[in-house]
Design a binder for this molecule. Structure first.
Ligand SMILES: [Mg+2]
Length: 342
């Protein structure tokens, strides 16, 4: 379980890529953004892998098949097998298979990733509410998903057919801005039916279970950019996590994180997998990391010292999270973060 200040997790003193046997990497905002590799991702992953760490890629996006994701990563210069990719489509297919008769029909609202995952479990994807489905499943269908598909799902769900969703991310980043994600599509059916789906994706346990089953990881490290999916998923699975700042999370959000959103480690990018993470120590009423000391004052977080900006952020996190306990830190960290350029 996460704590405000860890006594000494495995990755303090030795490289994370050596302290953990498997990295469970999120994709968007961690490995790539808008289709292109993020700075230092290709070489950092190659080094971690050469050192013996198993790399697995864990995505809430149910649209693409593991093969398609692996091909994309390989094109970017990160050699990947389909078996190293775990999707929320696979997690939801297992969840469905556990609850319906073998070979049952499943009404699919979504893309090819979902259909392939269902067939892998011997289930038969069907397209109409009139096909007598034993379950309805919704996964991201991409921009071409016709509105009529939501009607099809609603007819079956309203009749009481069990309803599943691969994930409920409300938005999905695109090169042109923020687009509605599968969570928004799920809301459409929820509004029409008043029903509640079973959800598989991050941060929920079915996704973490799928990941551990497929990778056989014994000492996994979750690597992600999002607090409410990647980091909370690690918290729920009771495994350690590394937050990288190449995606959607900034310093202010990190300082205001409730316990389930607090990563074990934080670093700028995937180079953080290759180093031992510096220890944060309690000193008097403050927390010290590298050359920085952070103190929770009456109204704001105070920061003193100099050195690597990431060390300052680590010290601030310890001060903020300790002050907040099981709650959310309300102290103003703006000035301290500005000093770090974060
Ligand atoms: Mg992400």
């Amino acid at each position: 379980m996460s704590q405000a200040v860890r006594t000494k997790p495995e990755g303090m003193g030795q490289a994370l890529s050596e302290a953990y046997d498997t990295a469970l990497l999120d994709l968007d905002g961690v490995v790539y953004a808008g289709g292109n590799a993020i700075a230092y991702a290709v070489e950092s992953l190659a080094t971690a892998r050469a050192g013996g760490m198993h790399l697995a890629y864990v995505t809430n996006n149910a649209l693409r098949t593991p093969h398609a994701v692996a091909d994309h990563l390989t094109e970017l210069g990160i050699p990947t097998e389909a078996s190293d990719v775990i999707t929320s489509a696979q997690a939801v297919a297992r969840l469905i298979a556990e609850q319906v008769p073998a070979g049952a029909r499943v009404l699919v609202i979504g893309g090819e990733g979902l259909r392939v995952a269902l067939r892998e479990h011997g289930l038969e994807p069907v397209e109409s509410a009139d096909d007598d489905p034993a379950a309805v499943v919704q996964g991201f269908g991409g921009p071409e998903l016709p509105w009529g598909r939501f009607a099809e799902a609603s007819y079956a769900v309203a009749r009481g057919v069990p309803w599943f969703a691969s994930n409920t991310d409300l938005t999905i980043p695109s090169a042109r801005g923020i687009a509605p994600g599968n969570g928004a599509a799920v809301e459409v059916v929820r509004i029409a039916t008043g029903a509640e789906p079973q959800v598989a994706g991050k941060p929920l346990p079915p996704m973490h279970r799928e990941t551990i089953l497929r990778t056989g990881a014994e000492r996994p490290l979750v690597v992600g950019d999002r607090l409410d999916t990647d980091i909370e998923g690690a918290f729920n699975g009771e495994v350690d996590s590394l937050l990288v700042l190449t995606g959607v999370t900034d310093g202010a959000q990190l300082l205001a994180a409730p316990p389930q959103h607090r990563p074990t480690y934080v670093d700028a990018d995937l180079r953080g997998m290759l180093t031992g993470q510096p220890e944060v120590t309690e000193e008097g009423d403050g927390f010290r990391c590298g050359g920085w000391t952070a103190v929770a004052g009456a109204e704001r977080l105070e920061l003193d010292g100099e050195g690597e900006s990431l060390d300052g952020l680590r010290a601030l996190c310890a001060a903020a999270w300790t002050a907040a306990g099981e709650g959310v830190c309300a102290l103003d960290g703006g000035k301290a973060l500005a000093r770090l350029g974060l």
